[in-house]
Every structure is written in C-alpha cells, then in structure tokens.
Design a protein around this ligand. Structure first.
Ligand SMILES: [Zn+2]
Length: 481
C-alpha cells in the first residue's frame, strides 16, 4: 500500500483504459497520469515524472470513478435491516415509526459508513439524499461525516419529518447553508431533496422558490407508485420549476405526458433499478426513458435494503431493460433478435450520466486531461473472472464486482490501493454504527426491532394439480399409485 498525500504524481501503467470521453476512446496498454488533483495525460508509453507512484494496471481496466445520484446514506447504519421490505413497510418504519429515533450521531454513523463503502466500491461521487435532517445538528452531523471521508459528495438536504415548505423556509436552514455549504467547491455539492405530493394547492412552491433563489437544483422522488404521480410533475411544470438541473428519482410510474414534460425541460432521471424491482415504485423505467430521449444516471437508493455497489446497478439495469423489451415483444407474438440497450450504455450512465445530471460534466465523469482525477482501476490477479477481457464494457457491467476494485483516486488522492482503503478509519466507523444499532434496539425494544425486520409473509395459495403423486417402480417399470 502506498499513499500520495504529499502530492506525489500517480501513473497508472499499461491498462485497458475506458476513457468515457465523448468519443468513448478505449486504449489498450494505456497509461493515465495524475498530477495534483487533475488528470495530466492519457496515452500509451507515458513518461513518469520524478517521484511518481506507478501502479501496474496490466490485466486491469482503468475507468472514471462511478457516480451514484441518489443514496440515503444515513440509512446505511441499519444495513440490510429492510431486506424483505416493501415500500409500504419502508415508509411505516422510517417516516412514521422509527425515523425520529435517529439522533445526530446516528446520521453521522450511517453517512460515515456509506461514504467509506462508496469509495471502496469505486463510487467516487455520491449524492447523499439526506432526508433525515430533523434539526440543524443532524445536518451538521451529516456534513461532518462526508468531510471525514476522502470522497466527492453532494448533500441533498431534506427532512421527512416536516413539509419542505417548513424546513426550506426556516432561518436554521439558511444559516446551515451559509455555514456549511456555501463556496465548498466541487468536493461538496448541494441540492435540495423533497417530494411533490400532487396536492392541488402546491404547498411545495415555497421550497422551490428557495431553491431558485439559492440557485440550487432540486432532486425529487417522482413517479413512485402510491406516493407521487403525474400531478406532481404537472404542478412543477405549470409553475415553472422543472429545470435542466432537476433530478427525478425513479420516474417509474408516470404517463407519457410526464415524460414529455421532463424531456422538454432538460431534466434527468436517476434510475435505482434494484430498488424499483423489489420495493414497488414501478418498473425500472430505462426502456421508456430511451424512447423519450431523457438522460439517465444510476443509483442504489439505500443500503437498508440493497448494496451501495454500482456494478450491481449496471447489471440489474441491463437485465430489467432487456427483460421488459422481450416481455413486451412476446405480448405481440414477436421475437427480439437484437438488444437495444448495450453494456457500453450502462457504463456511460454510471459515469457520464451522473456527471451530467449533477452539473459536474466538465469536472469529472471521464478520463480527460484537465478534469479532476477520479479514477478507478479494476484488477484482481487472484480472480478467475479477470480474463479474458474481450468486451471491456461487458466486462465492467457483467463480470467485475466491487471486490475487484484494486485502486481508487478521488480528486487526485489515492484512497484505495491494492484492494485496501488508504487513510480511512474503518474501525472508528464500526464503533459508531454499533452504537446506533444499540440505540435503535434499546429505543424500540427487541420485539419491535425484530418485527420491523421480519414482516409477515402473505399466504401463497397452492393451486390444484390434476396429476396425482406417483413414484417410478423400476422392478415393474411402471408408475406406482
Ligand atoms: Zn430514495
């Protein structure tokens, strides 16, 4: 393991380089040179500057850091607890019953672990869709954690315990923005996170007006079955609050009219395929978005159910899109002979899709000289899965996984090297999270804690079978009855 904290240049040497630049240039035996916080050069046979740290990228893939545009990082403190939930159970647990139990230190714990998990998995930019910010102390804790980990983050400020027209207009919120977010540059971005219920009185107007005044993009759960629908989109559009910077999360249960409004105003959709597939917001919408020309980025939503792993996002998104395309065709008695959605496209969504959605496309998203150096090396010499690499994009989407993330740079700093995190206090994060789990257990009591984790299973009706059970008798060569 090495570190370049002293501003030592880093040269990733002799890898298969997926630049994700506009031409999608791919270099075989390529080098990426990082000097300071930027990508200095991308090419073949580059000369290492004096004192450079060389990383052997042979048999590996070098690509831009991945970007997750929607993650409720605070919920990572309860990792896996909701594995068997539906969206209804999630709402009951966080919004109604237990969300209020989270103290500022619990927000800190979840954010800290999620932030570490992100950089470990090669996710160099993460939007923290932080809707557990009940007080300014909670918000401070969220940012404290993001600043304690050397990743690139965007705080999407939210609070499910109040209407957005309440928290967004409060002096506390203004003060927080001034103290913690103003002028933080591209390492800590800022969005406002709230949902639009479709109430014809449109009470969310006040929050949109604050966002407009502050010049901050809004990110909103849109097209979520049973929660948000076309009315919310229509109200946003009719009132002039749909902008190119708006990020619509899920956008799964919407009609063509809403997709047209999103496309016409230049916004993008954050698709959380694993989430949509099991929670029930609606079918993962990429198969629709492609037809409307709506830009896509990828996200994992929350580790209370799923992973924080964008390889998984790419894989599940390819599967869901193709599955839907086949299913729709079979309904018309037709056969799909060629897939529309390609592995290359989901790698683009996991990188450039995110940088464009966040207004960071001239900063990160591709391995282009002059951009900030957020770089991932996928390489695992001990794995039988890392050769042959024939289809580089397919290899990233379907073969690689986060255990294969060998090295990661964020803003030119080496944060993971030879499969080990650099300068990260994982034990400290473990202790923080243990305290949160203990607090939740104590506050809820063991029974409620266990019940929350293990929802009842509805009965499955086993259908009548006209065939009776039989057993083959080898002696008589007949079915026994
Ligand atoms: Zn969400």
């Amino acid at each position: 393991m090495a570190t370049n904290e002293t501003d030592r240049p880093v040269l990733l040497r002799n890898g298969l380089v997926l630049t994700m630049d506009d031409a999608h240039t791919v270099l075989t035996g390529g080098d990426v040179l990082v000097v300071g916080d930027r990508i200095a050069e991308v090419g073949v046979g580059l000369t290492a500057p004096d004192g450079a740290l060389e990383i052997d990228a042979s048999d590996g893939i070098v690509m831009p850091g991945m970007i997750d545009t929607h993650r409720h990082m605070w919920q990572t403190a309860m990792r896996g607890y909701g594995a068997d939930w539906t969206l209804t159970q999630y709402f009951v647990w966080y919004y109604l019953e237990s969300g209020k139990l989270f103290r500022p230190e619990d927000i800190y714990a979840g954010n800290l672990l999620a932030a570490i998990e992100a950089i470990d998995a090669g996710v160099t930019t993460t939007v923290d869709w932080s809707h557990g910010l009940q007080t300014p102390q909670h918000a401070d804790a969220a940012v404290d954690a993001l600043e304690a980990v050397p990743g690139r983050f965007v705080l999407a400020y939210g609070n499910i315990q109040q209407g957005p027209w309440e928290w967004a207009t409060s002096p506390d919120f203004r003060d927080f923005v001034q103290r913690r977010l103003a002028g933080r540059g591209d390492m800590l971005g800022f969005q406002m996170a709230f949902d639009v219920t479709g109430d014809p009185a449109f009470p969310e107007r006040a929050a949109f007006e604050v966002a407009r005044e502050l010049g901050v993009p809004v990110t909103t759960h849109a097209g979520v079955w049973g929660a948000t629908n076309d009315d919310g989109i229509r109200l946003m559009h009719e009132n002039g609050f749909m902008t190119p910077g708006t990020v619509y999360v899920h956008a799964a249960t919407l009609t063509r009219d809403s997709y047209n409004r999103i496309a016409a105003t230049g916004g993008s959709v954050s698709v959380s395929t694993e989430s949509e597939q099991s929670a029930g917001q609606g079918y993962p919408p990429t198969w629709q978005l492609r037809h409307h020309g709506i830009p896509v980025s990828l996200s994992m939503d929350t580790s209370v159910w799923w992973s924080g792993d964008l390889f998984s996002a790419m894989r599940s998104t390819l599967g869901a899109d193709r599955s839907r395309e086949h299913l729709e065709a079979h309904g018309r008695q037709e056969t799909i002979t060629h897939c529309h959605l390609r592995a290359e496209q989901v790698v683009e969504w996991a990188t450039r899709g995110g940088s464009r959605a966040l207004g960071l496309d001239d900063v990160v998203g591709s391995l282009t000289p002059g951009r900030k150096a957020d770089v991932v090396l996928i390489k695992n010499d001990a794995s039988p899965v890392m050769f042959p690499i024939l289809h580089p994009y397919g290899h990233v989407a379907f073969q690689a996984q986060r255990g294969d993330v060998h090295s990661v740079l964020v803003n030119g700093r080496l944060v993971k090297h030879e499969h080990r995190l650099v300068g990260v206090d994982l034990d400290g994060a473990r202790r923080e999270v243990e305290r949160t789990v203990e607090h939740l257990l104590d506050s809820m009591g063991r029974d409620a804690f266990d019940k929350g984790m293990n929802p009842d299973i509805p009965e499955t009706k086993v259908l009548d079978n006209p065939y009776t059970y039989t057993e083959w008798d080898a002696g008589s060569a007949q079915w026994k009855r």
